[in-house]
Ligand binder design. Structure first.
Ligand code: ARG
Ligand code: ZN
Length: 416
């Protein structure tokens, strides 16, 4: 055990941390098919890291396209944009400055757990153990699986302990590694649950009647990789025969129209669907857990960033799901509750029509399994910082998101 730890530390010390000096994030506004073609051609000739949408296959006219490009390619890219007449602007002029700037809640010890900082996996997992042991009447910890690199995937079950099984809500975070505000929200939710139980009437009634499973980091290997090596890593860290490219997109790896739309079969793509549904052990662990508890799980909530969206099924087809009108009205209610605090505006709707069709997502999979209230949140912001949302925005982001999650939970409770 000690030897393994030491080897791990040495490996981290030896590996290079990727720097992003002079790299740019641009927002492009394609309005004609030629513009879309220009973006696709560009992505075939140089390395383009897609921030929004998640990959070149998902680019269409009349959407904002946020891309991260390297410094040496900047001049060429600007020439290409000018020649095509495509509207564009610089969102982030120097990515390294933004990476350095996101951890702006200084004065808090970097190793200690904080609800207003981006905590490392190690810190999160130690904190989870403490939360379970110091709130034993309400919280218990469960290991639901092991990642590709051998880390444990852990959740907290929160709810008043009873002799009978209670209906439950499943909430997960950190499926995409670089979306750091997502795990921060799951931690915030746990804190709020524990500290307002018995004081806040809604939280008390929720945890008396239901259990909430909170999984702060699904993609544990990817999350660690964003701390040690590459801040902008998205996928899992699985290796496979026949390619040197690493990882698959866990939100394209669920068994819901798997790899038919808005996903890539190229292992080097950021939206690679994996070699088969649930090929990623992290995805299988979550799917197994939800299948095992499907009789009790009434709602599935999954947290991503960024774009300020509240999405529900379907994303693998443009067809509306059979609960469309109810899911839409609950989403709109949740979005207006969220907006009431800081006037943050969210767009809600079914995934395919609201952003883009993309198959293999956890929301569609849970819905088709029978979990009616299935929602994907895309938290702040709309692109000013993107994935590099400063720590100073964790608190307001989590506070407003709590209002939306509690709105949905109240509706679920009313309809048990
Ligand atoms: N940005 C998220 C993703 O691409 C949105 C997920 C919406 N749901 C879906 N099943 N595609 O993973
Ligand atoms: Zn995501």
């Amino acid at each position: 055990m000690k030897v393994l730890l030491l080897l791990g530390l040495v490996a981290v010390a030896l590996s290079e941390v990727t720097r992003y000096d002079g790299e740019l994030v641009l927002r492009l506004k394609p309005v004609v098919d030629e513009h879309v073609q220009v973006i696709k051609t560009l992505s075939e000739s140089i390395k383009v890291d897609f921030w929004k949408p998640d990959s070149p296959e998902l680019v269409t006219i009349d959407i904002d396209v946020d891309i991260h490009i390297s410094a040496p390619h900047a001049a060429m890219v600007f020439t290409m944009l000018q020649q095509s007449g495509m509207e564009h602007k610089v969102l982030i002029g120097d990515l390294q400055t933004a990476v350095d700037g996101q951890r702006d809640n200084n004065g808090i010890s970097p190793r200690a757990h904080s609800y207003e900082k981006y905590n490392s996996l190690e810190t999160i997992q130690a904190w989870m153990s403490t939360m379970a042991s110091t709130n034993a009447a309400l919280v218990s910890k469960q290991v639901i699986g092991t990642s590709f690199e051998g880390r444990s995937i852990e959740l907290l079950k929160i709810g008043k302990k009873t002799s009978t099984t209670k209906p439950a809500i499943f909430l997960d975070c950190g499926i995409h590694a670089r979306e750091w505000v997502s795990p921060a929200f799951c931690q915030w939710f746990i804190k709020e649950a524990v500290s307002t139980y018995g004081a806040d009437s809604q939280m008390t009634s929720l945890l008396d009647q239901m259990d909430v499973y909170v999984l702060p980091v699904i993609n544990v290997d990817g999350y660690v990789h964003t701390f040690t090596t590459d801040r902008l890593w998205r996928k899992t860290r699985s290796r496979r025969a026949g390619t040197s490219c690493i990882g698959a997109d866990p939100n394209r790896n669920f068994d819901a129209g798997w790899c038919t739309l808005g996903a890539s079969s190229n292992p080097c793509s950021d939206t690679y669907c994996g070699s088969s549904p649930e090929s990623e052990v992290e995805v299988k662990a979550v799917a197994d857990f939800i299948r095992k508890n499907k009789a009790t799980i009434k709602a599935y909530l999954t947290i991503h960033s960024y774009s300020q969206l509240l999405l529900f099924p379907y994303s693998y087809t443009y067809n509306l799901c059979k609960d469309h009108s109810e899911l839409l009205s609950v989403a709109e209610g949740a979005a207006s509750a969220l907006r009431s605090l800081y006037n943050t505006r969210y767009t809600s709707g079914p995934g395919a029509a609201t952003i883009y069709p993309a198959a293999g997502g956890s929301d569609d999979w849970a819905y088709d399994l029978g979990v009616k209230y299935s929602y994907t949140f895309e938290l702040r912001d709309t692109g000013r910082y993107g994935f590099l949302l400063p720590e100073s925005q964790i608190k307001p982001t989590c506070q407003e998101t709590m209002l939306a999650v509690k709105y949905i939970a109240a509706h679920v409770q009313k309809n048990l």
